[in-house]
Write a protein that binds this ligand. Structure first.
Ligand SMILES: Cc1cc2nc3c(=O)[nH]c(=O)nc-3n(C[C@H](O)[C@H](O)[C@H](O)COP(=O)(O)OP(=O)(O)OC[C@H]3O[C@@H](n4cnc5c(N)ncnc54)[C@H](O)[C@@H]3O)c2cc1C
Length: 404
């Protein structure tokens, strides 16, 4: 077990500085352009791939840190640069986590690298759970997976909604119902390999924020995939379904829930990075901007806002680091992963709004970044479990009961 320490080690400090430099020199200067264009920032992601920041090796390296802190530390810096481009770089990680969480070691070795490609040929991954009628309620997915014994293939049909990298990804990881009567316990995760017939992009959504990240529907129309694309394998699934049918309850987490649980501190770190970016801009501005003959920070009303902002940013970081450490060292006890994501997301919306207020009229314009940061922060209270769902998870953990 790794010691919990607030002192980052040399490796972590080095990575933190390396990501920060890329965020400052490459991401932040490009942020406004890609927000305006509302397109996937391929050239920026290619730059990230060239230095090894976008790629499965980086992901594996960060995930293997025994303290768990390498991941949130890197993500905070990335999203300090920009939320939309940060998400474009991080989006494939959700597919990789879906494969790692449910697949065998062989499946991981085969598919995770294909979610990233290489520096000369960048590829993406997409993790497809949500549907038009099933977002928070992942137990009621309508996408069906039917096994065709004659050909040893799975046939997928359905529509997935709001999928990051949906339709433009090389590898789509799809969660589907094998036995809908068993709700969440009747679901499984599948890899849809590159170029598979029947998978297409539906509408591309126009969004409030993180506009550089591509979000679209994914339509699955008689998508046939080889049996080996079932993550975890058929034997394991058959045993799980049999147990669920007999006992009525396996107690096993749903595949989608497993992925989200593992990625929660990372999502909190995204919100944290955006909030810190906005706070730093607001602090500098408050020291320089004069009104009534003095810098606006000399007014308690402004100084106290900044004091609250930095306090809440630090509180969020402590929750995230604790959750990331626990995830690697003994596991959560009271839904600490959800606490970190919930607090950091709500904090980021509040802090970025205060930043706009401190910048006044300038803050409301595109020029000073903070209005974009506010729009980018908001998604964090919605995706990968809304704030209300995080509250539900925390409430159930502390009550030891199934609060509805
Ligand atoms: C930009 C973006 C990217 C996304 N990327 C992905 C992706 O890559 N893959 C993927 O699978 N999904 C993705 N999503 C989907 C996202 O995870 C869902 O939108 C989210 O889980 C919420 O589901 P919903 O939109 O159906 O809202 P609903 O579940 O309909 O919720 C609506 C409101 O009701 C509340 N609510 C629902 N149930 C309860 C309850 N039991 N108690 C209290 N309140 C409740 C919610 O908190 C929310 O406020 C993405 C969404 C967006 C916007």
């Amino acid at each position: 077990m790794a010691e919990f320490s607030l002192k980052l080690n040399d490796d972590q400090l080095q990575i933190q500085e390396w990501v920060h430099t890329f965020a400052k020199d490459v991401i932040r200067p490009a942020a406004r352009e890609w927000d305006d264009r509302e397109e996937f920032p391929w050239p920026v992601v290619q730059e990230a791939a060239k230095i090894g920041l976008y790629g499965w090796e980086f992901l594996m390296n960060a995930m293997s840190d025994p303290t768990g802190l390498m991941m949130p530390v890197s993500i905070e810096e990335l999203f300090w640069g920009d939320g939309g481009i940060g998400m474009a770089i991080m989006g494939s990680g959700l597919a990789a986590a879906g494969i790692a969480g449910n697949g065998t070691p062989d499946q991981m070795m085969e598919w995770v690298p294909q979610c990233y490609g290489d520096a000369n040929d960048v590829k993406l991954g997409a993790f497809c759970v949500s549907e038009p009628d099933a977002g928070s309620d992942v137990s009621s997915l309508r996408t069906r997976a039917v096994y065709d014994e004659a050909t040893d293939e799975w046939v997928l049909n359905g529509t997935k909604a709001w999928i990051t990298n949906g339709g433009i990804a090389n590898v789509h990881v799809v969660v589907a119902a094998v036995d809908p009567a068993l709700k969440g316990r009747g679901q499984a995760s599948f890899v849809v390999p590159p170029g598979t017939k029947g998978l297409s992009q539906g509408q591309k959504y126009e969004k409030h924020g993180i506009k550089a990240s591509h979000t679209a529907e994914v339509v699955l129309d008689d998508v046939r995939i080889p049996g080996r694309c079932l993550l975890g394998g058929k034997e394991k699934l058959d045993a799980k379904l049999a147990r669920a049918r007999e006992a009525g309850r396996t107690g096993e987490a749903q595949p989608a829930m497993k992925t989200f649980e593992a990625t929660r501190p990372a999502v909190g770190a995204q919100a944290l990075g955006i909030a810190r970016g906005a706070y730093e801009i607001a602090l500098e501005y408050a020291k320089e901007r004069t009104a009534f003959g003095k810098p606006i920070i000399m007014n308690q009303a402004i100084a106290f806002k900044l004091a609250n902002m930095v306090t809440e940013i630090d509180a969020a970081r402590l929750l995230i680091w604790r959750a990331a450490w626990l995830a690697k060292n003994g596991g959560y006890k009271n839904a600490e992963g959800s606490m970190s994501k919930y607090y950091a997301s709500e904090m980021a919306v509040k802090v970025t709004e205060e930043a706009i207020q401190i910048l006044g009229g300038y803050g409301y314009t595109r020029e000073y970044h903070v209005e974009r940061m506010h729009r980018d922060a908001k998604i964090h209270t919605i995706f990968e479990g809304t704030s209300e769902i995080q509250q539900l998870v925390i409430a159930r953990a502390i009550a030891g009961m199934r609060i509805e």
